[in-house]
Design a protein around this ligand. Structure first.
Ligand code: AHR
Length: 497
C-alpha cells in the first residue's frame, strides 16, 4: 500500500499552545495518595512526594495539570485541605464513595506542581457551592496579602501567591451523576455570575465553562449553546470531555475513534461561533479538551465503599490504546487553532500513563505517544493533507489507514511528522515532497510497534511496548520516503543543517 503526505510551509493551521499537552490529577483512587504522595516510601522527599513518580511526570513535560477534579470537585471543601494536617477533617466523598483524608490539599499540590515543572489548572466547586466560595478560594490562591484568605495562606506557610491562571467553573454540570447537576440555564447563569465576580477580583485569570461530559449526552449541542448564551462575556474557554473504549473488541473500529473526536471538536467550534455571531461578539471562545483518554478496562472492578484511596479506575493500557492515543493527539494538533488546552485524563494510577506500586513506578503503553508529542510537537502545525487508502468499520466509513500531522519549528530548526498506520496487515510506504526543506536532514525515525495489539507493560515486564529507532526512512533530493510498519506510531524528525 502507498500513501502521500502533502504540505506547504505557507499553509498553516496555527501555533501549538503547549497547554494541549496538559493532564489531570483528581482526588480519586490512588492518583494523589500512593501516586504522587506517599510519605514513608523509599523515594519520598521531605514533603512525602514520590520522586520516582515525579521523574516520570517530568519526562512527560506536562505544562499544566487540572486539579482537584473531576466529579470530586463538585462537593469539595478546599478549606478541609489547608492548614495544620492534624486538624484536617476526613470527609465522606460522595462522587466516588470513599473517604477523603485531606492530607494533601491545594497548598501541597501547588508545591508538587512546582517540583514537577507544571502549572495548576484549578477547578471550583459549582455543584454544592457558589460565588462566595469561589471568591474565597481565588483570594486564598491568587491575592498577595492583606485580606483574610490571602493572609490565611501566608499563615499556612505560603508567602507567595500560587497565582493560578486557568480556572474551571465546575465539572460536567450537565451530567445527572454530578453532585449539584444543573440545567444549562441554571449552570450558565451561575458560571456567568461566578466568572464575573472572579474576574473583578483577579482580571488576569482565564475561565473555562463546562461543556458536555461526552458528545453522546442527549443535551449535547443545546447545552453548549445555552450555557454560552449566558456566560459568553465572562469565559475564555469551553470544555469538552470524551473517553473512548473498545468494549466490542473491534480494533479496526476502535482505531477509527479519533474521527469522532474530530467531529466533536468541529461541532463545538461551530456552536461557539454561532453564539459569538448571535451576540455580535468580538472574541472567539477557545476549546479546552480537558478530559480525554481511553477508559474501559477497569470498568467493573469492585471497590470497597468508604475506604481510603482504594484502587479505582486503574486501566492497564495495551498497545492498541497507545495507537489510538497517538491518533487522538494528531487530531488535537490538527485543531490547534481552536483547541488551546487539553488534559490527558489522568496522570498517575487513575486511567493514567504512569502507574505505581509500593515497589516501583512504570510507563504504560500510552505514555509513549504522549511523550513524543509533548517533547517534539512544538511550533506551527501545517495543514497536512494525507492521501491514503481507506477502510470501513462498524461505525465509520472511509477511515484513512494513515493519520498524520506535520509541524515546523523555526526556532528549533525542525520539521516533525507524527503518523499512525492503522493497517493491521501491511506496512504502508508514505512519500512526501519536502523540497521546501532541502536544507534539512533526516535525524531519526522513532517507531512504537508490536505484533500483539493487546500487549501491555507491567511492573514485572515494563519494556514490552517501547519505542525503537527505524532505519527505513530516507530523505533524498527533497523527497521523504517513509516505511510505516503495520499497526505503528511513528515520529520522523528533520533538522536544519
Ligand atoms: O476522570 C474520571 C472522571 O470522568 C471525572 O471525575 C469526571 O469528570 C469524568 O466523568
Amino acid at each position: 500500500m502507498k500513501a502521500e503526505i502533502i504540505i506547504d510551509k505557507n499553509f498553516i493551521i496555527g501555533d501549538v499552545d503547549r497547554n494541549i499537552y496538559g493532564s489531570f490529577i483528581e482526588h480519586l483512587g490512588r492518583a494523589v495518595y500512593e501516586g504522587i504522595y506517599q510519605p514513608g516510601h523509599e523515594t519520598a522527599d521531605e514533603q512525602g512526594f514520590r520522586q520516582d513518580t515525579l521523574e516520570l511526570v517530568k519526562e512527560l513535560q506536562v505544562p499544566i495539570v487540572r486539579y482537584p477534579g473531576g466529579n470530586f470537585v463538585s462537593n469539595y471543601f478546599w478549606e478541609d485541605g489547608v492548614g495544620p494536617r492534624d486538624r484536617r477533617k476526613k470527609r465522606m466523598e460522595i462522587a466516588w464513595r470513599v473517604v477523603e483524608t485531606n492530607e494533601v490539599g491545594l497548598d501541597e499540590f501547588a508545591d508538587w506542581a512546582k517540583k514537577a515543572n507544571t502549572e495548576v489548572m484549578m477547578a471550583v466547586n459549582l455543584g454544592t457551592r457558589g460565588i462566595s466560595d469561589a471568591l474565597n478560594l481565588l483570594e486564598y490562591c491568587n491575592l498577595e496579602k492583606g485580606s483574610y484568605y490571602s493572609d490565611m495562606r501566608i499563615a499556612n506557610g505560603h508567602e507567595q501567591p500560587h497565582a493560578f491562571k486557568m480556572w474551571c467553573l465546575g465539572n460536567e454540570m450537565d451530567g445527572p451523576w454530578q453532585t449539584g447537576h444543573k440545567t444549562s440555564y441554571e449552570y450558565g447563569r451561575l458560571a456567568s455570575e461566578v466568572g464575573r465576580a472572579m474576574k473583578i477580583m483577579d482580571p488576569s485569570i482565564k475561565l473555562v465553562a463546562s461543556g458536555s461530559s461526552t458528545s453522546s449526552m442527549p443535551t449535547f449541542a443545546s447545552w453548549e449553546a445555552e450555557v454560552l448564551n449566558e456566560c459568553y462575556d465572562e469565559v475564555d474557554y469551553l470544555s469538552l470531555h470524551q473517553y473512548y473504549n473498545n468494549i466490542d473488541n473491534d480494533s479496526a473500529d476502535f482505531l477509527a475513534r479519533n474521527l469522532e473526536m474530530d467531529h466533536f471538536i468541529s461541532s463545538v467550534v461551530s456552536i461557539c461561533d454561532f453564539v459569538k455571531a448571535k451576540k455580535r461578539g468580538k472574541k472567539d471562545i477557545m476549546l479546552s479538551f480537558d478530559e480525554w483518554n481511553v477508559w474501559y478496562h477497569s470498568n467493573n472492578a469492585p471497590v470497597q465503599a468508604w475506604s481510603e484511596h482504594p484502587h479505582q479506575l486503574e486501566d492497564i493500557y495495551n498497545f492498541e490504546d497507545a495507537l489510538l492515543v497517538g491518533s487522538l493527539l494528531i487530531t488535537l494538533l490538527r485543531h490547534c487553532d481552536r483547541v488551546k488546552c487539553a488534559c490527558l485524563a489522568q496522570l498517575v494510577n487513575v486511567i493514567a500513563p504512569i502507574m505505581t506500586s509500593d515497589t516501583g513506578a512504570w510507563r504504560q503503553t500510552i505514555f509513549y505517544p504522549f511523550l513524543d508529542c509533548s517533547n517534539y510537537g512544538n511550533g506551527t502545525v501545517l495543514n497536512t493533507i494525507v492521501k491514503a487508502p481507506v477502510y470501513d468499520s462498524k461505525n465509520f466509513c472511509d477511515v484513512p489507514y494513515i493519520d498524520s500531522v506535520v509541524l515546523v519549528n523555526d526556532e528549533e530548526g525542525s520539521v516533525t511528522i507524527f503518523a499512525v498506520n492503522k493497517n493491521q496487515e501491511e506496512a504502508i510506504e508514505v512519500t512526501s515532497d519536502l523540497r521546501q526543506f532541502d536544507n534539512y536532514s533526516l535525524k531519526w525515525h522513532k517507531v512504537l510497534q508490536h505484533n500483539d495489539l493487546k500487549a501491555v507493560n507491567t511492573e514485572e515486564d515494563p519494556w514490552q511496548v517501547v519505542p525503537q529507532l527505524s532505519y527505513s526512512t530516507v530523505f533524498a533530493a527533497g523527497k521523504l520516503f517513509m516505511n510505516l510498519e503495520k499497526q505503528s506510531w511513528n515520529v520522523i524528525r528533520l533538522e536544519k543543517n
